[in-house]
Structure formats: C-alpha cells, structure tokens
Design a protein around this ligand. Structure first.
Ligand SMILES: Nc1ncnc2c1ncn2[C@@H]1O[C@H](COP(=O)(O)OP(=O)(O)OP(=O)(O)O)[C@@H](O)[C@H]1O
Ligand SMILES: [Mg+2]
Length: 346
C-alpha cells in the first residue's frame, strides 16, 4: 500500500516535441496537442490586450499582430539558439507540462522524442531545459518512440513525416544506432514551400502564402495519379477566383519521395539478408505528412524491385509518437533509462 502511495506521487508523461506541434500524453489520460510557438507582446499595448507577458500555442498564432513569435523547435530540435529562443523553449515545455496537470507534490518523469539524428549538443540543450519542470527526462528519437508504441521493435522501418524533418529508423531488436537512422530536412514545410512557388509560377496574379499552401495541402495532399481535381478559391489581384492546382500539389507532395526511397534502400541493406524481406513487409508511416493520399502505394511501388513490400500508416498520427514515449516511460524502469536514451535527473 505504501509503495502504491509513493508511485501516486509520480506523473509519467510522453512528449513528442515537433516543429509545428507538440503532443503530450500522460498516464492519467491527458492527450493534448499544442502548436510549438511562443509569443511575446511587442509592447505594453499587447500586454494589456492579452493580459499576459507571454502566450503559448494557438493563442499566440491567433494574436500574432501584437506579438513577436518564436518557434523554438524550428528544425525539429532546438536550433542554434538565441537567449530568447531558449526562453521560448522553456516556456513551451512549461506550458506542455502544465497541460498534463501535475499535482503540486508530484514528480514528473517523461520521455521526449526528437528527430532521429538530433546532434548530441541539441539533445543536451533540450535536457537542460527539462530540469526546471521534470524530475527525470529521457530523450529518444521520434521514429523509435513510434516503433516502441506499436511494438514493432524488430525487422521494421518507421518513417515519421513531420513539418521540419522526415525521420526514418530501422528497428533491429535493439536501441537503434546512429547508422540505423536518417533525418531528411524535407518535411511538410518543404512541401508547402515548393507548392507555394509552383502555384505562383502557374498563376502569377495569385496571392499565395505558406499558411494557405499548408491549408490546401492538409486538405487535399496526394501523390500519384489524382483521384479528384483540386480546385480551390484563391485571390487573384484581390478577387477570389477558382484555380485548378492539382498538378502543382502533386508535384510538391511528390518531391519528398525520392529521398525517402533512397534512405529506405540504404537502411534495408543494413539488415541481415535473411531479415530484409520481413523489414520490407513491415514499413510504417507516421507523422502528419503520412496523411497524404497515395503515399503508401507510391513507396511500395518505388521499392517493387525488392519483392513484396507492405507499407501501412499508424492509426493515430497525431499521438502515435507521444503514446509510444509514454509506453516507454512507464514500461522501462527508470534505472535503465540511460541505456536507451540521453537522460537527465533521477
Ligand atoms: N492531411 C495531410 N496531408 C498532408 N500533410 C499533412 C496533413 N495533415 C498534416 N500534415 C502536415 O504534417 C506536418 C505536421 O506533422 P507533425 O505534427 O507530425 O509534425 P511535427 O512533429 O510538428 O514536426 P517535426 O516532427 O518535423 O518536428 C505539417 O507539415 C502538416 O502540414
Ligand atoms: Mg514530429
């Protein structure tokens, strides 16, 4: 009974720190997603309007005219930071932990996911920031978290398509080594940029922004032969007019495929020959970008010379990473954490 009581004082959380969105799940059942952005009022008027000196998440985006915005995870991990960026990262983490509703006397133990090949420097910088809010934290790679959550720990390949990066990881029944992981800098943001340029080229009068490009992509994103035409209302010289952007959207979404295929080919070759067929049959897509229609088929098609290939998507792209992190946090006794990832506290 006593032991039960002391474990009640521990709150376990899993956090997926993303460039565009951070999700957190807790053992007590909290599931929250926060936009990874922090805003500081530009001047005293903003403080008065918002009644605060700092705003985090969607509220910061909604009030952006009065705020200077910081995206502390712009490249998927803390970028080369200014002091303000580091402060913003602290603020974001504080907010995210608050979302998990820790009680006053509770210790917070958490696993955080970052891009697969995040440099050691970035990982330790991130861990330092957790010191204030967490008793013990472990940083692991994003696709590894997803793999752990799905129990796909051997002979599988996990592809996490986020906003800033696409992370690919080969699972071989051990904690993935450096050589088992690839981080590509082409993710959703890159697609938005390509799409936005492609539309501007086809329709020079259209006012296109990256926000708008993302909105259209999130709704209609696809690769391969279109199943429907993508016709959207865009402002041309100020007036809303319908434009067919099917070709431009396909082109943009397909730009990430060649790099993914090339990385998969390299990672497959890293499995023992007798395991390669099973790994090719066990490719999993995760991250927001996995929602693009036709991506599973296109990847399988691109690898067809390798024999039977099976590509699936996670059922819950928004929380698959954080849920895997929580599973790892609760299943792995804390004394083993430093064998799996970089750890602080404990
Ligand atoms: N239906 C969709 N089709 C295509 N892309 C989508 C869709 N839904 C979301 N996305 C894209 O997924 C990305 C966000 O995914 P996710 O939340 O996994 O990224 P993140 O974890 O914040 O980024 P990273 O892992 O790179 O740090 C955005 O680029 C978004 O536009
Ligand atoms: Mg992510």
């Amino acid at each position: 009974m006593q032991a039960q009581k002391s474990s009640d004082k521990q709150l376990f959380v899993g956090i997926d720190l993303g460039t565009s969105r951070t999700s957190i799940v807790s053992r007590r059942g909290v599931r929250t997603m926060v936009r990874s952005v922090v805003g500081y009022p530009k001047d005293i008027i903003g403080v008065k309007i918002l009644n605060s000196t700092v705003v985090v998440g969607q509220e910061a985006l909604d009030n952006h005219p009065y705020l200077s915005l910081h995206f502390p995870l712009a490249d998927g991990v803390l970028k080369e930071t200014s002091e303000k960026d580091e402060q913003a990262a602290r603020e974001l983490l504080r907010h995210v932990i608050r979302c998990a509703e820790p009680q006053a006397d509770e210790q917070v133990f958490g696993v955080l996911g970052v891009p697969a090949r995040a440099s050691l420097f970035n990982r330790s910088q991130l861990l330092k920031i957790t010191e204030e809010t967490m008793t013990m934290a472990m940083v692991v790679s994003e696709p590894f978290m997803v793999a752990y959550g799905l129990d796909k720990l051997k002979n599988s390949l996990i592809i996490d398509i986020g906003a800033g990066t696409t992370d690919i990881c080969a699972m071989k029944g051990t904690v993935p080594s450096h050589n088992d992981q690839v981080t590509l800098l082409k993710g959703g943001n890159y697609i938005d940029e390509v799409f936005s340029h492609a539309v501007a080229e086809s329709y020079p009068d259209v006012q296109m922004t990256r926000f708008l490009a993302q909105k259209i992509k999130d709704k209609y994103g696809f690769v391969g032969e279109p199943t429907q035409e993508v016709v959207v209302s865009l402002r041309s010289n100020g007036k809303p007019l319908l434009h067919d952007v099917t070709r431009e959207l396909r082109f943009a979404c397909e730009t990430i495929i060649p790099d993914i295929l090339e990385s998969l080919e390299t990672l497959v070759a890293g499995f023992d020959p007798e395991d390669q067929a099973e790994a090719l049959n066990n490719i999993v897509l995760a991250g927001g970008g996995c929602n693009m229609i036709g991506l599973d088929t296109a990847l399988a098609e691109g690898l067809k010379e390798y024999g039977k290939v099976h590509v699936t998507r996670v059922a819950d792209p928004d929380f698959a990473g954080a849920a895997g992190a929580l599973k790892l946090a609760t299943e792995l006794p804390t004394e083993y954490w430093n064998q799996v990832g970089d750890v602080i506290g404990g």
